[in-house]
Design a protein around this ligand. Structure first.
Ligand code: LLP
Length: 422
């Protein structure tokens, strides 16, 4: 169920008018719906209800602490990939014993912070990283719980830039070296082997790749156990695709995903860990923007809007499709026009869509880009010295700014002219 719907021909986020938010906060800004977060979390939870499971929300998808606190209240854990994300998760009230730490390049400081917090599991991606964790744990007189992220060499479709489970990808322990890695871990005095981990990619639009990876890892778990390793948890990462409104992609239903996982893992007697990101936050957010100018090119119509690729990178980086709609519906305007929708940044890649059919849109109108709650704000930057885009969280008829727009002075404050020039 969508929580960005029209009331009296005007789009609202739950009960709050987007026009009102635009007036109060300014555009561009992200607007999130609490009800959608709640619904998606409960849909995921229901889909794995017969499984001993931890849902560790993948913080990178949307890392705002207001969102993390919303999910924490619902019982979510967190999958973090940096010391910064760890601090965000803890600040938002996610208990350390529900936090797993993923990523190929954890630094000494990050490992120390995670060990100090006593997180649930370090997902380890190389032997040198294992040794680094062991050394730090020894200095801290700590036994670090680890799982190896293994690379199952499974192709997960989707965009090549977000596929992670093939042997040529930088992720995980090579399949042929996995057993050896567990043997090495048993020789480390401050490491406790607790599980195994895999993550094959993102926006995966069918179940087969998951199935292949789970079957491969399942048989590896049996082998590892027969060699005496205590594998108690199986983390299958995130990656479940979601609908973006381009009818060509119909992602798997979460209930079918859950049933498939249950069928393939019920004999294994493991705690399953899930790291969904996009599935929880993608459709919970929109990017709200104002049309600055309507420009007629030689043979194209450009809508120049105040959001740009620094605010939402996905179309520029992955040719991603986002459904676009005007905030105000005009029932008298049934004429359709084709528009190229672009931002103000001086790069041709600052293009959100080309030749999109939309009702006639005028200068000053508000438009929304749907399904931007995941990898929208969390991938935003200040390129072109455009202040970070603000984030607004709606709950029913209330809303609050959960990340405010910095001023240009805020940006300049963190820089300085070197003393030799003054
Ligand atoms: N776990 C790990 C270890 C991951 O690397 C990721 C995402 C996830 C979980 C969550 O995956 P999800 O459920 O969201 O598919 N920026 C790209 C997506 C990059 C995904 C990176 N890893 C995009 O905008 O499509």
């Amino acid at each position: 169920m969508r929580h960005f719907t029209f009331i009296n021909e005007e789009m609202h986020a739950e009960k709050v008018s987007l026009k009102e938010i635009a007036r109060a906060v300014g555009t561009p800004c992200y607007v999130y719906s609490s009800a959608t977060f709640e619904r998606h979390f409960s849909v995921f939870k229901d889909s794995v209800k017969d499984i001993d499971a931890l849902i560790a929300y993948s913080v990178k998808a949307n890392s705002n602490i207001g969102i993390l606190a919303t999910l924490s209240k619902l019982g979510a854990g967190a999958d973090v990939v940096s010391g910064g994300e760890l601090q965000r998760a803890l600040t938002a009230g996610i208990p350390a014993n529900k936090i797993v730490f993923s990523g190929v390049g954890k630094t000494k400081d990050e490992i120390e912070a995670a060990a100090k917090a006593k997180i649930k599991i370090f997902n380890v991606e190389s032997i040198p990283e294992l040794y680094a964790i062991n050394d730090i744990a020894a200095q801290m007189n700590y036994l670090a719980p680890i799982a190896f992220r293994v690379n199952p060499d499974v192709s997960a479709g989707g965009h090549e830039k977000i596929s992670t489970g093939k042997k040529e990808d930088k992720f995980g322990i090579a399949w042929s070296k996995a057993e050896q890695a567990y043997a090495v871990a048993e020789t480390c005095s401050n490491i406790e082997v607790v599980g195994i981990d895999v993550h094959i990619g993102s926006q995966i639009d069918h179940l087969e790749p998951f199935e292949k990876a789970i079957l491969k890892v399942g048989s590896l778990i049996k082998k590892l156990r027969s060699s005496g390793h205590n594998i108690r948890s199986f983390d299958i990462g995130g990656g479940l695709g979601i609908p973006y409104g381009d009818k060509s992609i119909i992602p798997p239903n979460p209930a079918n995903y859950g049933a498939m996982v249950k069928r393939l893992t019920q004999e294994l007697n493991v705690e399953m860990i899930f790291e969904p990101g996009r599935m929880i936050s993608g459709n919970a957010g929109i990017l709200l923007s104002t049309v600055l100018y309507v420009k007629k090119g030689e043979d194209r119509n450009f809508l120049i809007i105040d959001a740009a690729m620094n605010d939402l990178l996905r179309p520029a980086l992955y040719d991603a499709y986002h459904e676009i709609e005007p905030v105000r519906k005009n029932p008298e305007n049934s004429q359709i026009k084709k528009y190229d929708i672009v931002g103000p940044i001086c790069e041709s890649s600052d293009t959100f869509t080309k030749s999109r059919e939309l009702p006639i849109i005028e200068q000053g109108e508000l438009i929304v880009m749907h399904t931007t709650g995941a990898y929208g704000a969390s991938q935003s930057s200040q390129y072109n010295t455009r202040p970070l885009v603000p984030e607004v969280l709606v709950k029913g008829n209330k809303y609050e700014v959960v990340r405010k727009r910095p001023t240009i002075n805020d940006i300049l404050k963190s820089e300085n002219i070197p003393t030799w020039l003054i």
